[in-house]
Design a protein around this ligand. Structure first.
Ligand code: NAP
Length: 244
């Protein structure tokens, strides 16, 4: 019987690649999407080509009832969730003088409260199974801070505190909880930056390039696997050496 992975925000970017990589490694994959999108069927087809099951669930991670329903749907379909990847996230950058309370709160609601909402609904099933892997996608800016991202950096720092606390709470149930902190990864989220800004940032990275979605997905694959069975409560950067 295949292991079952639930990946939030899996319609593009890092989440999509995590879903694909896990499917290549024989996980049945549940994809969460918020908005219907023409790529969804293509992603499903690509995943199913790897000989595993793919199940798509619609829901907004900032809505607790959506998360409860999504988890119930997955449990009805598969009977278990072995791996949860809390990936869904947004940015709404601006300096604090221009940041509205709405923009602050919406980033916290999706990135941080969304991580709680999904985890809270999944964890009881993992506790009953006495096994599970929870992988939260944070960011290096949750460690270093970043001008123009008080909302985003606070949400990602919050995810780190959440990860460590939960790891302490449920380690005795054989559930591991870790955070991945990507640096500067090529996706739609970073596409808003101009080429010259991207070049400047790349020059400042020891490995002299932006990261790829595969760089992040490969670490998630490791944390989801039995190879990582003595690792919990950690924050692992995938950042080309940006932060050390
Ligand atoms: P992306 O391309 O913008 O994709 C974000 C995904 O999250 C989309 O599938 C989006 O779906 C989904 N999403 C957003 N709000 C949602 C909600 N309320 N409920 C459910 N799904 C929602 O971003 P990405 O670069 O792949 O980022 C993925 C994760 O990595 C995020 O947590 C991000 O903060 C983190 N990260 C990224 C970088 C980077 O450099 N790219 C660096 C560090 C950390 P919809 O289109 O349907 O909204």
């Amino acid at each position: 019987m295949n292991k079952v992975a639930f990946v939030t925000g899996a319609t593009r970017g890092i989440g999509k690649q995590i879903a694909l990589t896990l499917s290549e490694n024989n996980y049945d994959v549940c994809l969460n999407y918020r908005k219907e999108n023409e790529d969804l069927n293509n992603i499903k087809n690509e995943i199913e080509k790897n000989g595993v099951k793919c199940y798509a669930v619609q829901g907004d991670v900032s809505n607790f009832d959506d998360c409860k329903r999504m988890v119930e749907e997955i449990i009805n379909e598969f009977g278990k969730i072995d791996v949860l990847v809390n990936n869904a996230g947004i940015t709404k950058d601006s300096l604090i003088m221009r940041m509205s309370q709405e923009d602050f709160c919406s980033v916290i609601d999706i990135n941080l409260t969304g991580t709680f909402n999904v985890t809270k609904n999944v964890v009881s099933y993992m506790m009953k199974a006495r096994s599970g892997k929870i992988i939260n996608i944070s960011s290096v800016v949750g460690i270093t801070g970043n001008a123009g991202q008080t909302n985003y950096a606070a949400s990602k720092a919050g995810i780190i505190g959440f990860t460590k606390s939960l790891a302490k709470e449920i380690g005795s149930r054989n559930i591991q909880v870790n955070a991945v902190a990507p640096g500067f990864i090529e996706t739609q989220m970073t596409d808003v930056l101009s080429d010259s800004v991207k070049e400047e940032i790349s020059k400042s990275i020891p490995l002299k390039r932006m990261g790829t979605v595969k760089d992040v997905a490969n670490l998630v694959k490791f944390l989801a696997s039995d190879e990582s069975s003595y690792i919990t409560g950690q924050v692992i950067n995938v950042d080309g050496g940006m932060v050390m």
